[in-house]
Write a protein that binds this ligand. Structure first.
Ligand code: HT7
Ligand code: ZN
Length: 859
């Protein structure tokens, strides 16, 4: 496939200071009239992007152009001879109703909405659709008044009024120059949850969350989250909102989580709508974090945008870092850190270790939609976090202020961003930028040597990054490792040059030796390293089971306590896989259970201690990988763990669930531990367990526990399970977001036949990404034992769904295809089946997006 290369970047030859867009909305024939003021700033051709547009008229300075004056080819309109300053007017027709790709202007539930990032604007009108062309937008929308009483766009509202024939119009002005990918338009009949916010500068902002009719009260949490985000960005980064209006619109059909369009965020309704009975704590938490994420883009993405799409991590990695910090400040920092690392290891480490691995800032791409990856987002955020450790919080905060002040209103690069931190810290960060150019997860090996006579600990640290596609050789990167010396009694040991027994070791060479001098006669301390997961690396240490248990008991960093138990559980699962006749290690299981009990006063943390590494993560350390074998070894350990906690399960579940329901971190923590106990009840797998789960399901007062019971019942065939599936469906059949969960819990634990049956259910809807993902992504990304079953049936069912989805929505199909990314690591039978299926898909002639993934996966 043709690829776009970073090295080919050239600035656009023209500036377009302002643009007027005039929309006449009709479902199948919307008219878009565009008037732009163009000014040449450097030599070069005048070329506009345009895709699927019917051109009705085109003129320069009021004179219509003849067909011979311009050329339309390969989705580009080129006008050979243009004056240095001119006004270009175009008039095009588009068909939003036929737009199933959900990019550009489309229709969801009878209402108009748009998605322009990355290249959707060119499906609306002719335009230089690249992020470094920034313009002031004036928008006028006219539409039938009865069907579309609310007409929204970016900025602040202007004139509005009635028109003949039952139509009306509204105008919107955005004073901030912006790239086309931040343009948005929504039109339809909505209910609105309204509120307001006064900024730190005393400016009044009208806030609105627009949702389906009758759903306004389900928008309250999104609104609370928005106000909390606005306040947090003022307090933490000194950044206030800059318009008099901020609106959020919820749509059911959306390819992603949400979109940060200037002043008019558009959200997947899954990340807006929540009520205590229908949403889980995870839903409330996700809404808070995504509302925050999109709001934070106002400064990191909108006011300072990206020069080109290779710089995507500049806005995404930084904004993920900001939303993680927001959640940490509002909830529990250690719990947030553990959840973020779980996500990173599950998604980004897997990506980095497979054929789709790419640097955080890639050098080339085949299809821009496929650049929205865990590496760009999650690893991008980790690099910002590692930077804070490397230069310290003060220099980081100072650097951020320099960035906001110096680059406001510009389309910037990673180099621009890092120049601010070089200024703030006085450090040369050129080696740190290597992190952006190299794919792969570095492996850090730590070897310790203790000299009793000298009371000296010698640490030999080394790093190695495995080869990734098209990048065989890797250079050392600076790895900031937070470290502490533990005394084994809950405290730290002082050492020369360390502060309260803590320091940051920067491993910036292939190998480095660090001498740690303790006061004479000191006992050997235990080393705590990569505390709080200060760098996105894999750490290899020469610690056996007893050593890890001792370290877990001595640790003062909650992240590392959790991580010690993860390592212990992983090793034990591998042992159980290799020794199928051997029972789980009693001593280990009771240590795991003790850790849960010991931390019960922090129930959210205790709940995380019950989660064993999932098959996807185990998979990364076993080649060839046998997902079914790993799954059954994992289940054996989990069953023993549940048996060790049997008394605690009963005790915890006998206590009442907190009432009245609040989505607070405190209540969510209590429910998380209760949910964990429900999960472990299922792991016991006994008939009594099924009936206990069913009675808990029947009496559950909130969705978190109700869904946890259903999830636990799914693998336990029988009447209790069947009744729970039916009751849940009957109760929630009119709530699509809850029915998505109903599909997902079944696909996430069923067989390939179950996944096929669900994909044939009358409520399965190929045109709705949430519903497709609730079956296809839940099955292929969370149920690896069934997806990669050696008979190949799992691969086939997903390939069939992908092929059907691709005809409607290539971005969705491409994302689902990434579930095959680990295929080369599979045991021979599943590997052969995956290869056959990928080759069949390649032969089938898929979309450009889907072909990009298939080709790279097979490479
Ligand atoms: N910046 C937004 C990205 C996005 C997107 C990208 C490709 C196709 C559809 C999309 N919808 C939204 C989301 C974000 O990171 O905030
Ligand atoms: Zn984002």
């Amino acid at each position: 496939p043709v690829s776009v290369k970073l090295e080919d970047y050239t600035p656009y030859p023209f500036e377009i200071d302002s643009v007027s867009l005039d929309f006449s909305l009709e479902l199948e024939a919307t008219r878009v009239r565009t008037k732009m003021s163009v000014r040449r700033v450097r030599p070069g051709e005048f070329v506009l992007d345009g895709e699927g547009l019917t051109l009705n008229d085109i003129s320069i300075d009021g004179s219509p152009l003849q067909v011979s004056d311009y050329k339309i080819a390969d989705n580009k309109l080129t006008i050979a001879d243009v004056p240095d300053t001119f006004t270009l007017e175009t008039d095009v027709t588009i068909n939003p109703k036929a737009n199933t790709a959900l990019s550009g202007l489309y229709v969801s539930a009878g209402r108009f909405c748009s998605q322009c990032e990355a290249t959707g604007f060119r499906r609306i009108t002719y335009w230089p659709d690249r992020p470094d062309v920034m313009s002031r937008f004036h928008v006028r929308i006219d539409a039938d008044k009865a069907t579309y009483p609310i007409l929204l766009s970016n900025g602040t509202p202007g004139k509005a009024g009635d028109l003949p024939g039952g139509r009306h119009f509204a105008e919107w002005d955005d004073p901030h120059p912006k790239p086309s990918y931040l343009f948005a338009l929504c039109a339809g009949d909505y209910d609105v949850w309204r509120d307001s916010f006064t900024t730190m500068n005393g400016d009044h902002v009208d806030l609105g969350v627009y949702v389906d009719k009758g759903q306004a009260d389900r928008a309250e949490w999104a609104m609370e989250s928005l106000k909390a985000s606005m306040k947090w960005d003022e307090e933490r980064f000194g950044r206030a909102y800059d318009l008099g209006v901020f609106n959020i619109v919820a749509v059911r059909d959306f390819n992603f989580g949400a979109m940060e369009n200037k002043g008019l965020n558009i959200f997947n309704s899954a990340y807006v709508l929540a009520s205590p009975d229908s949403a889980t704590d995870a839903d409330f938490e996700a809404i808070e974090s995504i509302v925050g994420h999109e709001y934070f883009h106002n400064w990191t993405g909108n006011r300072i945008t990206c020069r080109d799409w290779f710089q995507l991590c500049l806005k995404e990695g930084l904004t993920v870092f900001r939303d993680q910090e927001f959640s940490s400040d509002l909830r529990s920092r250690p719990v947030q850190r553990i959840k973020d690392v779980m996500r990173l290891r599950a998604r980004q480490f897997a990506e980095d270790g497979g054929p789709l691995a790419h640097p955080v800032r890639p050098q080339a791409y085949g299809s821009i939609d496929n650049l929205y990856t865990a590496t760009v987002y999650e690893k991008g955020a980790e690099l910002i976090r590692a930077l804070t450790v490397l230069i310290g919080d003060d220099a980081f905060n100072k650097g951020m202020q320099i960035y906001f002040d110096e680059y406001d209103g510009t389309a910037s690069t990673i180099e621009d961003f890092y120049s601010c931190f070089e200024k703030a810290s006085g450090k040369d960060l050129s080696q740190f930028r290597l992190w952006y150019a190299q794919a792969g997860t570095p492996e850090v090996t730590v070897v310790e040597e203790w000299d009793e006579a000298k009371s000296e600990l010698t640490l030999t640290l080394s790093q190695k990054t495995p080869p990734t596609p098209k990048q065989d050789k890797k250079k050392p990167v600076p790895i900031p490792l937070r470290a502490a010396l533990l005394d084994g009694k809950g405290g730290h040991v002082e050492a020369e040059g360390w502060q309260d027994g803590e320091t940051v070791i920067v491993l910036d060479k292939a190998e480095k030796t660090v001498k740690v001098n303790l006061s004479k006669g000191s006992a050997r301390p235990l080393l705590s390293i990569n505390r709080e997961f200060s760098a996105p690396v894999r750490v290899r240490r020469d610690l056996d089971k007893a050593g890890l248990l001792k370290l877990a008991a001595a640790e003062t960093d909650p992240f590392n306590i959790w991580d010690c138990f993860q390592s212990l559980a992983k090793t034990e699962i591998f042992r159980l896989l290799d020794e199928p006749q051997s029972p789980p290690d009693d001593a280990l299981v009771s240590a795991m259970a003790d850790a849960v009990r010991l931390n019960e006063s922090d129930p959210a943390f205790a709940a995380l201690l019950t989660v064993l590494p999932d098959v996807g993560e185990l998979f990364q350390d076993r080649e060839p990988a046998d997902p079914a074998g790993l799954d059954s070894a994992r289940k054996r350990l989990r069953k023993a763990f549940a048996e060790a906690l049997a008394g605690d399960i009963t005790r915890i579940l006998e206590q009442p669930s907190p009432t009245p329901f609040k989505p607070s971190a405190e209540q969510a923590g209590t429910r998380a531990l209760r949910g964990a106990m429900i999960g472990l009840t299922g792991a016991l797998g006994t008939p009594e367990a099924a009936s206990q789960l069913k009675s808990h399901f029947d009496s559950a007062s909130n969705m978190t526990e109700s869904l946890a019971c259903l999830r636990s019942l799914i693998p336990l065939p029988g009447k209790a399970r069947d009744e729970a599936i039916e009751t849940f469906y009957a109760r929630w059949k009119d709530n699509p977001l809850v029915i998505d969960k109903w599909f997902a819990v079944q696909a996430g634990q069923g067989t390939a036949e179950d996944a096929r049956r669900l994909s044939e259910h009358p409520d399965f809807d190929m045109s709705n990404p949430n519903r497709v993902r609730s079956v296809a992504a839940a099955f292929s990304m969370t149920n690896l034992a069934a997806f990669h079953a050696p008979d190949g049936k799992g691969h086939e069912v997903i390939a069939d769904i992908i092929q059907r989805a691709d005809k409607l929505n290539p971005a969705l199909a491409a994302r689902l295809l990434t579930s095959f990314e680990q295929w080369k690591k599979l045991e021979p039978k599943a590997r052969a089946s995956a290869k056959t299926v990928l080759e069949r898909l390649q032969e089938a002639g898929l979309s450009k997006n889907a072909m990009d993934i298939v080709t790279r996966a097979l490479d």
